[in-house]
Design a protein around this ligand. Structure first.
Ligand code: NAD
Ligand code: KPL
Length: 326
């Protein structure tokens, strides 16, 4: 059915000739690596967008630069994407949350008063735990979880490099239907699939991260350096597989040892994301990775002594460097 737009109300609803529909603007919270990567691709496809920046100072700084720059294999491209702060009055119907896991819930809580009835949030955070923290802040919104294997990093303020092509899975544990806007992502060239088992995907990635990332920090090595510590990796995989079975994620446990070794070999020359955070003096997402695994094990009465010891060693290591460990 063709819709004829005849006006926009202050609340963001568009009045059409025959019905009302939600505003189609993508609000993006967190203009860091992944948020900027998504924003630039959506902008390139002509989707209406609005970045939400922390405060007036960041907004002024952003406006001085005039937009975001995405660097790809064929060079940099600039996108003059509009931005605002939390204080803007317009309601939000569609929000991409692209902060780190530990920032997501407090940031969404600040935005909660602006979320329209029936708002939909896409949560890009790695690990598990932050999604539930966000959902608690906005019980009436739909929270869609994402798991991404794409890679991006900030080269400078407002400039991001698309470093690794990958894939995105989106899903909603509470509702198997994809949202109406799902095709926006295909239009924008964001490789995505809707999945009914997003929780399994997030657990599988969490398990891979738990088996690899902390050891790269503790052994101060690239992922390939773990080939010299395979017995330690295997012990962790044994416990992770038991934990996944115990917490109702048997599919995420399948062939875990083999996949961990395959990833170590395939990414041998890379430094894990946690290693890079530590090297740059940034807070890690340990609370939502190994921390979440240990908390879940305790809740289910699963014995995971090697994971717990790894967690303690990692926390001590982070604290010794003056980094937050929760
Ligand atoms: P990032 O640190 O580059 O970006 C996060 C951005 O959020 C920063 O610009 C920060 O200033 C902003 N932010 C934090 N709190 C805010 C607030 N209250 N208001 C406004 N802005 C706020 O992080 P990232 O690398 O893009 O990672 C985001 C999530 O995506 C993480 O959970 C990460 O694990 C996951 N992830 C990242 C990649 C990647 O390649 N970067 C790949 C897969 C998954
Ligand atoms: O996702 C990763 C990361 O570094 O965070 C891999 C490459 C899978 C290692 O755990």
């Amino acid at each position: 059915m063709e819709r004829v737009s005849v006006g926009r109300l202050k609340c963001g609803l568009i009045i059409t000739g025959c019905e009302t529909q939600m505003s189609s603007t993508w609000h993006i919270l967190g203009a860091g690596s992944l948020g900027s990567l998504w924003a630039c691709r959506l902008a390139r496809a002509g989707k209406p967008l609005q970045l939400i920046l922390r405060d007036e100072q960041r907004l002024a700084d952003y406006r001085r630069g005039g937009g975001l720059t995405l660097v790809e294999h064929d060079g940099p491209r600039h996108y003059a994407i509009p931005a605002e702060t939390f204080a803007a009055p317009t309601p939000i119907h569609r929000l991409l949350v692209a902060c780190k896991a530990y920032d997501a819930a407090p940031a969404v809580a600040r935005l909660a008063p602006r979320l329209a009835k029936g708002a939909e949030l896409v949560l890009l955070q790695n690990g598990l735990g932050s999604q539930d923290e966000v959902a608690e802040q906005v019980p009436h919104a739909r929270c869609i979880f994402a798991s991404s294997t794409e890679g991006a990093f900030r080269e400078a303020d407002w400039q991001v490099r698309f470093a690794g092509h990958g894939f995105n899975w989106l899903g909603d544990p509470a509702n198997p239907s994809p949202p109406l806007w799902f095709d926006d992502l295909h239009d924008a060239g964001i490789p995505t699939q809707w999945t009914a088992d997003i929780t399994t995907r997030l657990w599988r990635k969490l398990a891979l991260n738990c088996a690899i990332n902390p050891l790269t920090v503790l052994h101060d090595c690239q992922n390939g350096g773990l080939l010299g510590h395979l017995a330690e990796v295997d012990q962790l995989c044994d416990e992770l597989a038991i934990l996944l079975q115990r917490c109702g994620q048997p599919e995420a446990a399948q062939d875990l040892h083999e996949e961990v070794q395959r990833v170590i070999v395939a990414t041998a020359a890379n430094y894990s994301s946690m290693y890079q955070d530590v090297r740059h003096g940034r807070r890690t997402e340990v609370h939502y990775l190994l921390g979440h695994a240990c908390r879940t094990a305790a809740r289910h009465g699963a014995e995971v002594p090697h994971l717990e010891r790894l967690h303690r060693r990692l926390v001590d290591n982070l604290q010794a460097r003056g980094l937050r460990s929760e």
